[in-house]
Design a protein around this ligand. Structure first.
Ligand code: NAI
Length: 493
């Protein structure tokens, strides 16, 4: 047994775990960070960052295709996916190395291997084994589990990592193929981001989605223009489709579907459709990584693989052990995992005592979400249906990019920002945006919401001109009939 007694051991170094480790060190804690694979986890290695690097290449291709209109003659455009992948790999490598350097700078001990809590309690400290190049055992007063998630696998989809792939396979540093025909199962966030990238690089993409709409979590008004844009890229989105099976045919893939309306026990006799392609991406959600961590022995409850936590403190059913991020099955977003890291660290260290931090409680009322398709999508707070379901009376303001000077200059005229405000108080309760820099615009609204601001507060804030951020100003003003560059309803209070 190692002599070292850590204040905090964190299992998993994704955006939840690596962030929590740095935060804990900032408070003066002695920290062990344990990672079985690569620092940065899914987000940096197989998720947010590599897809955004590939998106940047795809977006550039799109911009170059319009170069002539901007007075730039381009004789030939030759998309080179292999080069884009090399750039993506470099971006990932630099950021992953950066995380290692930060952990070093904060003097956190990074252990490479599979961490498992095998004994102990909140009074005597927890015993953790790390199985890696060499096996190590350490002790820690508190533990945070931040082991994340991995692509969900369904046996009938025969994911073979050869022709039937997950997003991890496509983002592998050596995957450099642009299939002529790509079949994507699941038109959620991951499916749509990849459809956009591969269609721009020249694939003929077909998407099969179970629900009646792609990215069903977003405002229908926002999804419509995306569908239109996808159509123009030749992407076919087939909704209400139940994918029964997928198989590798040797030369490609074959999926068999029936209508999503067919009851389970009648699938055999139902009318089927067959879809063939060169490769298939399965993006139907993610499974929690909670196996083999020793949870049962410690009395930590799980529900379908998700570690159950106190929703306010993030402590599990074992006192002194916390869980954050995707493994808890909550909102599966990198920035939520990092935020939860802050909460769990505060609660863990406050329970030890002697650190300059007090207990924290989670607040998920304002969680921005982003989708990096072209155009981008961003949203925060309530959608109209949610407002209705919660019995909140809202008024809406909208502002289109085509009416904004800066957007016109940039040739970014597609899309709009819509803001929802409480009818009586005009307090902002939600916003959805499709268009250039949508995720950045949503950040300003998230901050306004966090501080309970009304559309008037934002309207009375001088926004620099000409900027895309004026979209926020105009959309907030539009809620009360005050947008200058759009004829709307008369002013009312
Ligand atoms: P998702 O839950 O967003 O979408 C999965 C889609 O697959 C859903 O629309 C679902 O109806 C559909 N589906 C499920 N089973 C199906 C079946 N048998 N046949 C056809 N369709 C089926 O999951 P996704 O896209 O895999 O993303 C996983 C997680 O990663 C999400 O929580 C997402 O928010 C997060 N993520 C966030 C990103 C961002 O913030 N930009 C980027 C990528 C992922």
């Amino acid at each position: 047994m190692s002599e070292t007694l850590y204040d905090l051991a964190i299992i998993g170094a994704g955006p939840g775990g690596y962030h929590a480790a740095i935060r804990a060190a900032q408070y003066g804690a002695k920290v062990a960070l344990i990672e079985k694979s690569k620092l940065g986890g899914t987000c940096l290695n197989w998720g947010c960052i590599p897809t955004k690097a590939l998106y940047a290449s795809a977006h550039l291709i799109e911009q170059i295709r319009e170069a002539e209109e901007f007075g730039v003659e381009v004789s030939e455009i030759k998309p080179n996916f292999a080069k884009a992948v090399e750039r993506k790999n470099k971006v990932v490598e630099e950021l992953v190395n950066g995380i290692g350097q930060l952990e070093n700078a904060w003097k956190n001990d990074v252990y490479k291997g599979f961490g498992k809590v095998f004994g102990g309690d909140i009074n005597s400290g927890f015993e953790i084994s790390i199985q890696g190049e060499k096996d190590v055992e350490i002790m820690a007063k508190r533990v945070i589990i931040a082991t994340g998630s991995s692509p969900a696998l369904i046996p009938a989809f025969n994911i073979d990592h050869d022709k039937i792939l997950t997003s991890d396979d496509i983002l592998d540093p050596n995957f450099k193929t642009v299939p002529e025909k790509l079949l994507i199962i699941g038109a959620g966030v991951i499916g749509c981001e990849f459809a956009n990238i591969f269609a721009t690089f020249g694939s003929k993409v077909t998407m099969l989605e179970f629900l009646p709409s792609p990215i069903a979590t977003e405002e229908p008004m926002i999804v419509k223009p995306l569908q239109k844009k996808f159509e123009s890229l030749g992407i076919e989105i087939l909704t209400s489709m139940n994918v029964i099976s997928v198989e590798n045919t040797g030369s490609g893939v074959k999926a068999i579907t029936c209508s999503a309306d067919v009851p389970r026990d009648q699938i055999d006799g139902a009318e089927k459709s067959i879809f063939e392609a060169d490769l298939c991406l399965v993006s139907i959600g993610r499974a929690k990584e909670s196996e083999f961590l020793g949870l049962e022995k410690l009395g930590i409850e799980t529900v379908r693989g998700a570690i159950k936590v106190d929703p306010k403190t993030l402590e599990t059913s074992a006192k002194g052990i916390y869980a954050i991020g995707d493994v808890t099955g909550g909102i599966m977003l990198a920035h939520v995992a990092s935020y939860e890291g802050d909460v769990a660290v505060a609660n863990a260290l406050a329970s030890i005592g002697g650190f300059p931090v007090s207990e924290m409680k989670t607040d998920y009322s304002i969680v921005p979400a982003t989708i990096f398709t072209s155009p981008n999508i961003g949203s925060v707070g309530l959608r109209r249906k949610m407002a209705k379901d919660h019995g909140i009376d809202v008024i809406m303001g909208q502002f289109p990019y085509q009416s904004l000077g800066k957007a016109k200059c940039m040739g970014e005229e597609d899309g709009f920002l819509m803001v929802l405000a409480e009818k009586n108080t005009h307090r902002i309760v939600g916003a959805s945006c499709i268009g250039a820099e949508a995720p950045e615009l949503i950040s300003e609204i998230a901050l306004a919401m966090k501080h309970g601001l009304s559309v008037h507060d934002v309207g009375e804030t001088i926004h620099s001109h000409p900027t895309i951020s004026e979209m926020v100003l105009e959309a907030c003003e539009a809620v009360v009939g005050k947008a200058i560059h759009k004829k709307g309803r008369p002013i009312f209070h």
